[in-house]
Design a protein around this ligand. Structure first.
Ligand SMILES: O=C(O)c1cc(=O)[nH]c(=O)n1[C@@H]1O[C@H](COP(=O)(O)O)[C@@H](O)[C@H]1O
Length: 243
């Protein structure tokens, strides 16, 4: 990997805007992307995107995990498209027509289809009506989403290599469930280290609490970025979106 921001999306899952903006300022010298999720967006609305983007050129990943009938998802995607996020998440389980509706409604944003949440383990899949194991369900949903036009996929690093083999090189693979060696997994079930995720073919690693929960989030982000450079030389993110 060359110098420059690392292919990391820092999940700004903060209870208030001041904290999120502070984290964003601290990490943006080191990472390519910041992620705004439901906690911030539902509290502060669309203005939050400009607040965390600040004066930087960091990509904003809008993680709203839309999951509804196609017309409703199209309307929601259209409503946020003007914010020009690099990525917008939808749940792949909403089906092909729903994913296609989002893709058509937000032409300047990569629609990222969430396959199987990284908090679920194989034993949980029965309960939510998915035929497991997780690796099979992820591959099925990944293929469905790409057929429907999704330009990005969200899966755990444990499935990244299999998904890459399934969908080819042009799809942006995004992996949450990333934990540096020895870090607490918290509510994540299917995890791997940042180095393993990148080596498995991920283009963008979503990392939240291991960075934002550190005493110095900027130093934590810089440390993970440096470790990636050391251990995965020559690996460049292939298809990061425009922000
Ligand atoms: O869509 C996501 O970003 C996502 C999908 C998924 O399967 N698992 C998952 O953890 N995420 C998000 O990734 C982030 C992970 O945060 P940490 O567990 O703190 O690193 C959170 O903001 C989640 O909402």
């Amino acid at each position: 990997m060359t110098a420059g921001p690392a292919p990391i999306a820092v999940a700004l899952d903060a209870p208030d805007l001041e904290t999120a903006a502070r984290w964003a300022t601290l990490v943006t010298p080191h990472v390519s992307t910041v992620k705004v999720g439901l906690e911030l967006y539902l509290r502060y609305g669309p203005d939050v995107v400009a607040s965390v983007r600040g004066a930087s050129r960091v990509q904003v990943f809008l993680d709203l995990k839309l999951h509804d009938i196609p017309a409703t998802v199209a309307g929601a995607a259209r409503a946020v498209a003007r914010l020009r996020p690099a990525f917008l998440t939808v749940h792949a389980a909403g089906g092909g027509a729903m994913i296609r509706a989002a893709v058509e409604a937000a032409p300047d944003t990569k629609i990222a289809a969430v396959t199987v949440l990284t908090s679920l383990k194989d034993a949980d899949l029965d309960d939510v009506g998915l035929a497991g194991p997780a690796s099979d369900a992820v591959r099925r949903l990944a293929a469905l989403a790409v057929d429907a036009g999704a330009q990005a996929l969200v899966c755990s690093p444990q499935e990244a290599a299999a998904v890459r083999a399934e969908v080819g090189p042009d799809i942006t693979l995004i992996t949450p469930g990333v934990r540096p060696l020895g870090a607490d997994t918290q509510d994540q079930a299917r995890v791997a280290t940042p180095e393993q995720a990148l080596a498995a073919g991920a283009d963008l690693l979503v990392i939240g609490r291991p960075i934002t929960g550190a005493a110095d989030p900027g130093a934590a982000a810089a440390g993970i970025a440096a470790a990636l450079r050391r251990t995965v030389p020559g690996v460049l993110p292939s298809t990061l979106g425009e922000g």
